[in-house]
Design a protein around this ligand. Structure first.
Ligand code: SF4
Length: 166
């Protein structure tokens, strides 16, 4: 997650683990401040976090979903993510995102995602991953908008998307 230079001192004092690469500052995902599906530093969260509203939040704001429906979607997606994480347990780096773990898993197994061989060797993982990706795509991702905004998602991070808890 990219950070603005001006916000680095207060974020460092909150304990954010900040990396600086080529004059751009980041903090790693999954975010260590996400505790039981909530931001533990909500009032002082980074500006990028503050500005992001996923599709579920937008639908909630527009009255298309009520709070319980939105919560149910988040819980269902979180549960699917946990299942995929468990199925990827052979990948040792448990601090990385689901997507990073999946990439490592595919590399270690010399498999292509969505290939028949992948489905044959890992049917449970393939099925849950498909459900998670579909759900994230349909319920959470905000596609590029007219202003050029980037779709982002907290659950997995396909190439071309940045990752962001709600
Ligand atoms: S909003 Fe999410 S990513 Fe941002 S600081 Fe809070 S938990 Fe971390």
């Amino acid at each position: 997650m990219p950070l603005e230079l001006a916000e680095l001192p207060p974020l460092r004092s909150l304990g954010f683990d900040i990396m600086e690469v080529l004059e751009q500052a980041y903090f790693p995902q999954p975010c260590a401040k996400l505790v039981e599906s909530r931001c533990s530093v909500y009032a002082a969260r980074p500006n990028n976090c503050r500005g992001y509203r996923c599709k579920v939040l937008r639908r909630l704001e527009q009255g298309e979903l009520d709070v319980e429906q939105a919560r149910a979607l988040v819980q269902k997606a979180t549960s699917l993510r946990s299942t995929v994480q468990q199925l990827l347990a052979s990948v040792s780096d448990c601090t990385s995102s689901v997507w990073a773990r999946l990439e490592a898993f595919l590399k270690a197994e010399n498999l292509q995602l969505d290939s028949p061989e992948f489905s044959r060797r890992h049917p449970q993982l393939g099925m849950h991953l498909m459900m998670l990706r579909r759900m994230v795509d349909e319920e959470f991702l905000v596609k590029k908008d007219a202003a050029g905004g980037q779709g982002r998602c907290l659950l997995i991070r396909p190439a071309g998307h940045t990752c962001m808890p709600p």
